[in-house]
Structures are given as C-alpha cells and as structure tokens.
Design a protein around this ligand. Structure first.
Ligand SMILES: Nc1nc2c(c(=O)[nH]1)N[C@H]1C(S)=C(S)[C@@H](COP(=O)(O)OP(=O)(O)OC[C@H]3O[C@@H](n4cnc5c(=O)[nH]c(N)nc54)[C@H](O)[C@@H]3O)O[C@H]1N2
Ligand SMILES: Nc1nc2c(c(=O)[nH]1)N[C@H]1C(S)=C(S)[C@@H](COP(=O)(O)OP(=O)(O)OC[C@H]3O[C@@H](n4cnc5c(=O)[nH]c(N)nc54)[C@H](O)[C@@H]3O)O[C@H]1N2
Ligand SMILES: [Mo]
Length: 757
C-alpha cells in the first residue's frame, strides 16, 4: 500500500495502462484492506449477470463477461467495501470529533466500516452509539418540526433504483423537492444539454456500437483511471482499425497505451495497443473552440465541393443548421487557435479522421461538463455529431461516461429537484397525495441556502457532500449551524465530522453484502451509462450485525416522519424489494416493463432511447444545432499571473475516498500535495521542482481563498493551466463558479494565483 511519505517519489510511468502494473496494484490493494481470501472470490462475481454490479463506475457490463470482468479500480472499490477494518463504537467513544477533523480523508476511511448508529453528543464532542429505534424516532421528530422546504435530501449516485425510488417518494410525501444528487456536480450538464438538443438526457450509444465505429473522438475523460473496463472495447476497436483522437490538457496514460491484463499473450510479450492515434493537449476550457474548428473544417470543405456533411440527415432531422454553419464560417482560425491553444493544422488533422470515418462515437467526461460554459461544450459535441449524422445509427453516437454506478438510474426513478423531469401526476394518483410542484434546490443552491441560513437540515443518502462541494472552508462553519444533519453511510468521512446541532450517522449494508429481509435474500438493481438495467446480489456476510439495508433505513425514516398512508406500504416494500420494483414499473411503465422478470438479463435490459431511433423530442421536434456565444468555456478572462486550475482525480481514489497515495500513471507516489505545472510556466514564474507554493483564489467575487502545502511538480500541461487533486483543492472553488444552466461546479478551470510559500 502506498501511504503518504515525507519523501515522495516522482518517477514518470513509462508503462501502458493495464498490464502487469494493474496486476501488481491489485496485489497491493487486497492485503491493505486485510481481506485477501474472500475479496478474490467476490471479484469473480463482479459485473456478472448473477453477481453484483460493481460499486465503482457506471460503465456498461457486457452480456458475455470476461472471466474477470473487473478492473484495478473496481477491485479497489470492492476491497474497500469488504475491508476487515471496523470503526467501532469504542473508537468513537475514545475520540473527540475535533480531533478526527484533523485527520486526512485517507485515515478516516481507513478506519473501516461503520458498525453501529451514532448520534453526536455536543457536551463531550463525540459521536456515541444509539439504538436504531431511538435514532429514527428522534430524526422523525426533528424533521416534523422543520419546514419541508428547508430540508435537503441529497443522494450520492450509488444507492440502488429501489432505494432511490423510496427516498425520492419520502422527500415528496414530506413536502420537499429538494433532491439534489451527485450528478449536480457531474453530468447534470449532460442531462440539460442533451435533453435540449436531442430530447433525451442521456447518451445514445450501446456497448455493441464499439464493434462498428471507425473513429472515436475523446474529450476530457480519463478512461484509464475512471472507467478502465472501457479500455477493452477501445483496444478491440483500435485492433479493428478504428482511429481514436483525444483532446485533453494532460497526457493520460490510459488514452495513450493499454495492455489487456486478461490477454496472456499481451501480458507475456509486453504487447501493448496504442489507443490514441492523435493526442491534442487542448487548453483547459478550450473545447468549444476545438469543436468549432472541427465543424468549420468540415463545413468549409463541404462548401468547396467535398461532400462531408450528411445533408439528408440534416434536412430531415435537424433544426438550426444554417445559423450554425454561418457562425462556423465566420469564426476565424486565429480566434480558434487562441481559445483552444492548438494550431490550426492539428485541428485539421483531427477533422480529417472524423471526416473519413463512416461512423464515429464522441466520448466525453468531466473535462467538458465542469466549466462555466459547459453546456456550450456539450452542445458543440452534438453539433459535430449532427453534421455527419452520427446519431441514431449503428456504430455512431454520443457517449457521456457517467460517474457513480447508479447515478443515471437515480435520476430515472425520481431523484430530481426539477419537477418537470418527474411524473408528479402519476405519483399523486398512485399514492394519493399532492406532491410539491415547485422546483427544489440543486447542489449549488443547497450550498447557497446553507450559507444564507434558509436550509436548516441535510439528509444524505451516501456520499460526502461537504467535501465534494466547492468552497469547503467557507461551507464548514455555515454547515455547523444547521439544525439537523443525517448521514446514511458505510464509512466515516469528513462530512460527518462537521455536525449540525443534532446529528446522526446511520450505517448501512454495502452492495456486496447479503441483504436478508422478511421474504428472504434480496436483490437490487442499477442503471449503467448506456441505459441498461442490471440486477445485483450481495453475498458477503454484513460488516456488522447492527447494519440495516438502505431501503430499510429510508422506510424507517419515512415512517417516523410521515403520517401513515395505506397506499405506501413501507413494510411490505422492505420485506420484499420485488414489490418496490412493481411500484417503479407502475410509475414508469415504458421504461420498466416486466422489471422483475427482466432484471437479470445478461448485459442488462435496455430502457430504450428515442434519439437512438432518430426521434428527437425537442421543442422543434428535431435535433437542435446551437451557436455558442463564446469560444472559451472557462468563463473568466486571462490576466497576467492568473492560472486555470484543473482539479483532478488520482488513480488511487474514488471521488473523496482516497485509497492511497499512488497516482501510478502520473508517476506520483507518497503524496497528494502536488501542484502540476508546465515547464514553460515554471521558467516564466521562477519555480523549481519541489518548491512549496501557496494558491489563492482569483474569482470575481473577491472572497479570500487559500490552499497551502502543495509542492510544484513539473508536468506536461498547456501554458497557463495547472492541476491539483480534488477534494483538497476544493477550498479554492467558489460556490458561485459553476456551469450556467446546469449548476455543475466549474472544477476544471478555477481562477487562481500562485506564489512561493
Ligand atoms: N477510480 C475511479 N473511478 C471513478 C471515479 C474516481 O474518482 N475514481 N469517479 C467516478 C465519477 S463520480 C465520475 S463523474 C467519473 C469522472 O471521470 P472523468 O470524467 O474522467 O473525470 P476527471 O478525472 O475529473 O477528469 C477527466 C479528464 O478531463 C481532463 N480535462 C480537464 N480539463 C479539461 C478541458 O478543459 N478539456 C478537456 N478536453 N479535458 C479536460 C483531465 O485532464 C482529465 O483527464 O469517474 C467515475 N469513476
Ligand atoms: N474539485 C472537484 N470537486 C468535485 C469533482 C471534481 O472533479 N473536482 N467531482 C464531482 C463529482 S463528479 C462527484 S460525483 C462528487 C462526488 O460526491 P459524493 O458522491 O457525495 O462523494 P463520494 O466521495 O463518492 O462519497 C463517498 C462516501 O460515500 C459513502 N458510501 C460509499 N458506499 C456507500 C453505500 O453503498 N451506501 C451509502 N449510503 N454510502 C456509501 C461512504 O461513507 C464514503 O465516505 O464530487 C464532485 N466534486
Ligand atoms: Mo461524478
């Protein structure tokens, strides 16, 4: 295991992603959680039709699974959940919360699984054990005294469809639409932009499309660390002759080279597949310009008589082409080069790959969604796809790579602050109540409400909200003023350590664990990034006899808070999750037809996607071209001494969960206190490798923000762009610095200044 070290090691990693490196990494992970024998056994069940759905990312799970259908990071997530370490009642009795607040994220979660419900005891500054029934009764009593509009019901994207449906219903029966989700920090940009442009809030590709595409354009998604199982279809596509072009400020190893750890020949011969045929280090926030350049190239070549546009598709299925084409023609290459940081020739070379591909897939991640002008980023991806009819046919389409394993599914079953996305009339009829109709708060609005005192209580279904949000140092004191905080969680994290006036931690089963209820062992379900729904069965004995399942906790909270409603059979639902699935099917008959019968279909069952059929349910009834009002997504001007800070995930973390201190592909071992800076910026600003620096915020709101303790590390980045790890860098991100329209915090270009410490 790699712990933090006073003598960190920076040796550039010269090996491909996958391969022996990932095997060695696995050999490190399993012993570190003290759980060797059964983790290995469980890993074989991961992502299989009769097994459990990985708790890490949301990438698709194939029908014909590999013998080992998991990746290094999925294995870490499983080992993390199945750890033999325990955060026991005795531990909490002997540690003050103020003391634990000094620990790093890594140390807190390394304590292991929570074992018993806890209530904060202010007089001794400790979390102390409490019986479940007392916890539920007290929380219910607190909630009943609060205005429902002042309570936030957050969900991190991991809880199952069954739990999520019950949770959203609980919030609405209580009278609150305040249902922000981790996707508010993530792919909400996708949900807003795709809904507006193609009529569905999700991507259009399925796994089999990767067998037919001729080109893939990759924007701001780090496949090697964050969705490594996607490397298999990518490698197979490249072997078939598919060409991949990548746009990313950092050279990410998984996008460069890959060795398939499941392939004995590649493993033994050291064979590797070069993933990207072109790799363009775009400036952070430069993608609108890149995409405009690609579009301009195609449109002008087509104008000149080379037939590159799919005019039949454009005429039949799209709206707004003329205005967009005019804008692309009018945009100068000088402006495109300045905003993207890339030479015209490079953009032309990429355009040629796209132009000569009969079918292309466009993949993107947080590098596009977390900017002030993130919506324009995604709209530009759509524009480019529409130009060549790359939506709604085999081997082509849009592929936003989602984060948490069920983040897309939570939105599907009603966790949303936006009333128009939820069938409220049907819920009203099904459960005989009048649901709230006004918009609830999203993540950023919840932060604003906590800052101004209008939000009085926070209930969290998983996650680490207070650590994942922007402006963490500003948020913590305001957070502590809330009346009530309740966290349903598997492990202790920093968010729990800033208690409100009354605070509870409710420990739950993980997805890998056996969940036995009145009718016997239960299964749950999740939706992957490609809209396929999978059943999942846990088999390990629970980490503690005192844990409850997430559905049981949600039902008990609801019963303690709400008047009884004969139409909402909480107990029956907890006794048999199949009855929750019946209820989901009744609310969403199109998407979940025969839910119980189909949930274990190998490869998942497909929820369906109209855009894939070229039915675009937009305002105009057609797919929409959009003209961006700017070329730079950053949302602030360049100024002398102002940098664009990219906040990054290492290869050894899952969001705020830090597994260790080894960012293998970036060659960083033993530390996370790193500021990645280009050699050109180091020379210009007078920094040497290892120099200690202070970062300060440089946002137009003028509020003071500061991060100390980082050391400069030379790294290939475009000039003016620097990078540091999330969540440590979140103190520098203003709450007000978020995507317009989607509200996603703009974590991929934060305006900051750097100084010697
Ligand atoms: N192991 C592991 N797996 C995970 C997670 C994890 O933390 N660990 N998190 C999960 C979650 S919730 C999510 S949302 C996903 C996140 O997965 P990704 O979408 O891959 O998110 P990031 O790693 O934050 O950043 C993606 C990439 O964007 C690049 N980038 C930054 N700025 C720009 C830009 O302006 N333009 C372009 N083109 N690129 C840019 C960065 O260099 C980085 O390579 O992964 C999920 N899977
Ligand atoms: N600067 C910056 N900030 C970011 C990002 C970024 O790229 N840069 N990315 C954003 C993104 S994409 C996301 S999705 C958010 C992540 O925000 P969250 O989803 O809120 O955070 P996580 O770190 O995934 O949550 C980890 C915690 O979840 C709990 N947990 C784990 N498994 C379970 C379970 O099965 N049940 C329950 N009830 N709890 C469980 C554990 O207690 C663990 O401590 O962060 C966002 N913040
Ligand atoms: Mo995410």
């Amino acid at each position: 295991m790699t712990e933090a070290s006073d003598h960190p090691d920076f040796t550039p990693y010269d090996k491909p992603a996958g391969g022996w490196g990932s095997m060695r990494s696995l050999a490190e992970i399993i012993p570190r959680e003290g759980n060797a024998p059964w983790v290995a056994r469980e890993l074989v069940r991961q992502n299989k039709a009769d097994g459990f759905a990985c708790v890490s990312c949301a990438w698709a799970k194939p029908a014909n699974a590999h013998p080992a259908e998991f990746c290094e990071n999925g294995a870490k997530a499983t080992a993390w959940e199945l750890t033999s370490h325990r955060a026991t009642a005795d531990f909490f009795i002997s540690h003050r919360v103020a003391e634990l607040r000094e620990w790093r994220d890594y140390g807190l979660e390394e304590l292991g699984r929570l074992t018993t419900p806890l209530r904060y005891h202010a007089a001794t500054d400790r979390y102390l054990p409490i019986p479940w029934d007392v916890a539920f009764a007290e929380i219910g009593a607190e909630l009943r005294q609060l205005d429902p509009k002042s309570v936030v019901f957050y969900a991190s994207g991991r809880a199952s469809l069954e739990t999520s449906y019950m949770y959203a219903l609980f919030a609405r029966l209580f009278g609150s639409q305040n249902l922000p989700d981790s996707s508010n920090m993530c792919h909400e940009t996708t949900s807003v932009a795709l809904k507006k442009t193609i009529g569905v809030p999700v991507g259009t590709v399925k796994l089999e499309d990767f067998e037919h595409c001729d080109a893939i354009l990759f924007f701001g998604q780090n496949v090697g660390s964050n969705s490594p199982r996607l490397l298999h279809p990518l490698r197979d596509a490249v072997k078939r002759g598919c060409r991949i072009v990548t746009f990313n400020p950092l050279v990410e190893r998984g996008l460069e080279r890959f060795t398939d750890p499941q392939n004995p020949v590649e493993m033994l011969t050291g064979g590797e597949t070069r993933i990207s045929c072109q790799y363009h280090q775009v400036r952070a926030g430069g993608d609108i310009a890149v995409l405009m350049g690609l579009a301009k190239y195609l449109i002008e070549a087509d104008d000149a008589g080379r037939p590159l546009l799919d005019h039949a598709f454009i005429a039949e299925h799209t709206h707004g082409f003329d205005a967009f084409a005019a804008a692309a023609r009018a945009t100068t290459w000088d402006a495109i080069e300045a905003a993207s940081g890339l030479p015209r020739a490079d953009i032309g070379a990429a355009a040629e790959v796209y132009a000569t591909a009969d079918r292309a897939i466009l993949i993107y991640g947080m590098g596009l969604t977390q900017h002030v002008h993130a919506i324009e980023n995604v709209e530009m991806v759509v524009n480019l796809a529409l130009l060549r009819g790359n939506i709604g046919r085999e081997g082509a389409g849009l592929c936003p790579v989602r984060g948490h394993s069920n983040v897309q599914g939570q939105r599907t079953v009603g966790i949303s602050e936006k009333p128009e996305l939820v069938p409220l009339d049907r819920l009203a009829e099904q459960y005989g109540f009048e649901p709230p109709r006004e918009k609830g708060v999203n993540t950023v609005e919840a932060c604003e409400g906590i800052l101004d005192g209008s939000i009085r209580a926070f209930v969290g279904l998983g996650g680490n909200f207070l650590r994942a949000i922007p402006d963490t140092a500003r948020m913590e004191p305001a957070w502590a003023k809330m009346k009530l905080t309740v966290h349903v969680a598997t492990k202790l994290n920093r968010g729990h350590l800033v208690p409100g006036e009354v605070s509870y931690i409710l420990p739950c089963l993980g997805r890998t664990e056996k969940d036995v209820q009145a009718t016997g062992p239960q299964a749950v379900s999740i939706e992957d990034s490609t809209s396929c729904i999978h059943g999942s069965v846990g088999e390990r004995p629970p980490a503690s006899p005192d844990l409850l399942s997430e559905p049981a906790i949600v039902a008990a909270l609801a019963k303690a808070t709400l008047e009884p409603n004969p139409k909402v059979p909480w107990d029956e639902w907890v006794g048999d999750y199949a009855r929750v699935r019946d209820a989901i099917e009744a609310t969403y008959p199109d998407k979940f037809k025969d839910f119980n019968a189909r949930m274990f279909t190998p490869g998942g069952f497909y929820k369906g996607n109209k855009a894939r059929q070229r039915v675009f349910e937009t305002e105009s009834g057609k797919a929409e071209f959009n003209v961006p009002a700017m070329l730079d997504a950053a949302g602030f001007d360049d100024a002398p001494g102002r940098f664009r800070l990219i906040t990054l995930r290492s290869n050894d973390q899952f969001n705020t969960t830090v597994y260790g201190y080894h960012d293998r592909f970036r060659g960083v071992k033993g530390t996370r206190d790193v500021l990645f800076m280009s050699p050109a910026d180091m020379a210009e600003h007078g920094y040497a490798e290892g120099d200690a620096v202070v970062l300060t915020g440089d946002h137009k709101d003028g509020l003071p923000r500061r991060l100390e303790g980082l050391k400069v590390h030379e790294y290939a980045l475009p000039k003016g762009c620097i990078a540091a790890y999330y969540p440590e860098a979140n103190v520098l991100m203003p709450v007000g610095h978020h995507a317009e329209q989607s509200g996603v915090p703009a974590a991929k270009s934060v305006p900051v200044r750097v100084a010697h410490a």
